[in-house]
Design a protein around this ligand. Structure first.
Ligand code: PMP
Ligand code: GLN
Length: 380
């Protein structure tokens, strides 16, 4: 049977590939982004409790009201914006599904979506599967700031959406209040939808604030915000996230959502809602990960890898230009096999595989894992 692929140039994701290689070669895995420690025991208890109490049938299509209310409260108390739980918030099976559903709901064939690169890998396939065209604007390669002049120059009558991601995977850069103003100047008076991937919203370091789109009333009117509990409560395997948007945008999102997943894991939504009643369970996250970042930087100090600035997320970029001139994708494989340390090459986040000799290391790991990784890094 002949199949005409809808994604002819797509293989297996780099995260799956590198984690499999790390397992195969018993390498320390700082490649794929996930914690190697467990979530809070109370969250496990709550999950058990709701399963035992019998919450094992379909949840309401937009998500349980308990979790939507919790999300609305957190957004209001953190970013001072009101989303109505009934109409403006939907619980999704993680951020990946939320982004895919957004593209399915809003992108018509021929529509252009501005994608800032380096870009997380699920964005462009989701755009292209719906006949959209990704139009790229590159971050400044030195500080990973958005070049707004370039973004503006890429706007055409076909621009349907701008996709931004802050805190940014893979660079760890965060947008500023000034960036929100720049974005506002660009979209005011247009029909451009902002798709804002904020999955690392609670991981911004060094006393900085996360500049959520929700902080800016004008932007929030034209935006769909995507987040994921996987990052916030150390449960990447639960695949539960949410989207927030004004009711008329959310109504379109839900039209697709109901046929793509219908509803999301019921008992786990209830467990998350209860767990997040205690604000310490998300407000302390940035300190926790800042300590991890600082520990990793301290442990690797004096090595031949050069760390780049990391303002948020759980990823640290390191330049290896003092060690090797090899292509980053090849070096990542070689180090996994031979040095027993796995990281993600940065070039895979660029359409044209731009290779600046940089690897991404995930520091969402136990201290002992970071110590073992640093031992290897010190010997490179
Ligand atoms: N966006 C970014 C920037 C990510 O790093 C990730 C991966 N964790 C996702 C979206 C997907 O999140 P989820 O696992 O909830 O689908
Ligand atoms: N977001 C994670 C990362 O950047 C990976 C998630 C996945 O494997 N799809 O490493």
């Amino acid at each position: 049977m002949q199949i005409i692929s809808k994604l002819p140039n797509v293989g297996t994701t780099i995260f799956t590939t590198m984690s499999a290689l790390a397992r195969q070669h018993q390498a320390i895995n700082l490649s794929q982004g996930f914690p190697d420690f467990n979530c809070h025991p109370h969250l496990v208890e709550l999950a058990n409790q709701f399963i035992q109490q019998g919450f094992n049938q379909y949840a309401p299509m937009p998500g349980t009201i308990e979790l939507r209310e919790r999300v609305a409260e957190i957004i209001q108390s953190t970013y001072n914006h009101i989303y109505h739980p009934d109409t403006d918030i939907t619980i999704t099976a993680g951020a990946t599904q939320a982004i895919y559903t957004t593209m399915a709901a809003f992108i018509h064939p021929g529509d252009e979506v501005i994608v800032i690169e380096p870009a997380y890998d699920c964005y462009v396939p989701a755009i292209e599967l719906h006949g959209g065209i990704a139009v790229y604007s590159q971050l400044n390669p030195n500080n990973f700031c958005i070049n707004w002049q370039d973004v503006r120059s890429k706007i055409t009558p076909k621009t349907k959406a701008i996709l931004i991601n802050s805190p940014h995977n893979p660079s760890g850069a965060c947008i500023t209040a000034q960036d929100l103003i720049e974005l506002q100047n660009i979209i005011t008076g247009t029909n451009i939808l902002i798709i804002s991937d904020e999955v690392y919203e609670h991981m911004v370091f060094d006393q900085q604030m996360h500049q959520s789109i929700a902080r800016n009333k004008t932007l929030a009117q034209q935006a769909i915000i995507v987040s994921s509990f996987g990052k916030t409560i150390h449960t990447t395997g639960w695949k539960i996230g949410y989207v927030a948007a004004p009711a008329h945008i959310m109504a379109e999102f839900r039209k697709v959502h109901q046929f793509l997943v219908f509803a999301v894991n019921h008992p786990l939504q209830l467990a998350i809602a209860k767990f997040l009643e205690n604000a310490d369970n998300y407000q302390g996250l940035h300190e926790f990960y800042q300590q991890k970042r600082d520990r990793f930087l301290q442990l690797t100090k004096g090595s031949r890898l050069i760390p780049l600035q990391c303002q948020g997320t759980y990823f640290q970029l390191m330049s290896y230009k003092n060690i090797s001139q090899q292509k980053d994708t090849e070096l990542a494989i070689e180090w996994t096999k031979e040095k027993k340390l796995a990281a993600i090459p940065l070039s895979v986040f660029y359409k044209n595989q731009i290779d600046n000799k940089i690897l991404r290391f995930c520091f969402a790991k136990k201290d002992e894992t970071l110590e073992k990784a640093a031992d290897i890094i010190q010997r490179l």
